[in-house]
Design a protein around this ligand. Structure first.
Ligand code: SAM
Ligand code: SF4
Length: 388
């Protein structure tokens, strides 16, 4: 087993209109230097509770990690090594960067510290749509950032946001043309998601057009050699995100920083725990009783020991997100035959309905199943009455 580490950096240049992540405009909260001290304290105080030391991946996400001084990112990587975590060339180290927030100098600092993957929040190359989202950057700045990464032959991914209010197919197609120019090795395509009644719901393409948009994206990316390996993620073979794969394949991850989530697949059916979204409680909690593990010190609303039905539901949902699907062996390794006797008939039914396909190793979503994945996932949601 190996560990993935997520480090949350909660600073942004602006608060985008659609965003629900725990982030703040930089000037409105504690300075990055103070926050770094808390992160280092959390690492020191908690490292002994994390059973796995071999690092499969580190992911600096946010927020906008490229907004804080690059030396802070270096300090975190060094501290992980000082604490006995093992990083080598095979450890994937990603940083999310927003356009116009890196320089040649910060790039060198990241590279020297072992960062080997960059995830660029491009969203769209249409300036009017960027404005509508409340983004400060423009397409020209995204191009400058991507040029810097390309010229240095770096491994980068970018995020594409689609189905924005008023977005036409032509606007989407020009985004895709620019993707062809850059040919990233990895791309995440996110359909804008906002709650009902949100101001950005108005004027969005209707659901059927959103599906058409996704199909156009998928076809275009495939023509560039980018294969869909998860519902929203595309990569050249071998360039899939190791960090995200950890989330979807039931591996341990340790989340550091404000609001960050952690998961350990053991003991029993696994434990989840998560940090507070408030700076004040986060600070109090990372300093508290350092001799105890987070599941012993965190309040009940910040932790859960998974029950069999919850673990089973998570495993089915997470593995089926991926093109490789849900292996039968994974279910057999984790659950008793009496539990699985409730699962086989559901998988058989979904297969006979054409929503799942039987593969050599297990099951994967069919094209039709992908279209109605929410309904399909509801069928694979188990309750405590049936699974004990
Ligand atoms: C947590 S953000 C961090 C990346 C970076 N700060 C940025 O926004 O450019 C990761 C990605 O989530 C996506 N995202 C954020 N809010 C979203 C929403 N409401 N619907 C769909 N995608 C969203 C965006 O594409 C964004 O790049
Ligand atoms: S820059 Fe990214 S994380 Fe920050 S508010 Fe915008 S979408 Fe959210």
């Amino acid at each position: 087993m190996s560990l993935s580490v997520y480090v949350h950096i909660p600073y942004c240049i602006q608060r985008c209109r659609y965003c629900d992540f725990t982030t703040f405009e930089q000037s409105t909260i504690m300075p990055p230097k103070e926050y770094l001290k808390l992160l280092l304290k959390e690492m020191k105080n908690r490292a002994f509770t994390i059973p796995e030391k071999l690092l499969r991946s580190i992911y600096f996400g946010g927020g906008t990690p490229s907004l804080v001084p690059a030396e802070h990112i270096v300090s975190i990587i060094h501290e992980l090594a000082n604490l006995g975590f093992i990083l080598d060339k095979s450890t994937e180290v990603t940083i999310e960067i927003n356009p116009a927030t890196i320089s040649r100098k910060s790039l060198d600092t990241y590279l020297n510290a072992g960062v080997n993957r960059f995830s660029v929040g491009a969203q769209t190359f249409d300036d009017s749509l960027l404005k509508l989202c409340g983004r400060e950057h423009n397409a020209q700045q995204t191009r400058q950032t991507l040029d810097l990464l390309s010229q240095n032959q770096l491994n980068y991914s970018f995020d594409l946001l689609f189905a924005l209010p008023g977005q036409s197919l032509d606007q989407l197609k020009s985004d895709l043309d620019i993707i062809s120019e850059y040919q990233p090795k990895h791309l995440s395509a996110y359909c804008l998601t906002v709650p009902q009644g949100h101001p950005m719901e108005k004027g969005r393409p209707p659901e059927k057009d959103q599906l058409t948009m996704f199909k156009i994206i998928e076809t275009h990316l495939r023509s560039l050699g980018l294969e869909k390996y998860e519902i929203s993620n595309f990569a050249y073979p071998g360039f899939e995100s190791a960090h995200n794969l950890s989330y979807w394949t039931n591996k341990a991850y340790w989340g550091l920083g404000l609001s960050a989530h952690s998961y350990l697949p053991e003991p029993n059916y696994g434990v989840r725990f998560w940090n507070s979204k408030s700076f004040k409680s986060y600070e109090a909690q990372v300093t508290l009783k350092p001799q105890l593990s987070p599941h012993e010190t965190l309040p009940p609303e910040q932790k859960e020991a998974l029950k069999p039905h919850e673990s089973l539901t998570d495993i089915c949902h997470m593995f089926l997100r991926m093109a490789s699907g849900l292996p039968e062996a994974v279910l057999q390794n984790l659950f008793s035959s009496s539990i699985l006797s409730h699962v086989w008939p559901r998988l058989d039914k979904l297969t006979s309905q054409g929503l799942l396909l039987r593969t050599e190793e297990g099951w994967r979503l069919s094209a039709q199943g992908e279209l109605i994945s929410n309904t399909l996932f509801a069928e694979l949601t188990f309750n405590s009455e049936e699974i004990r």
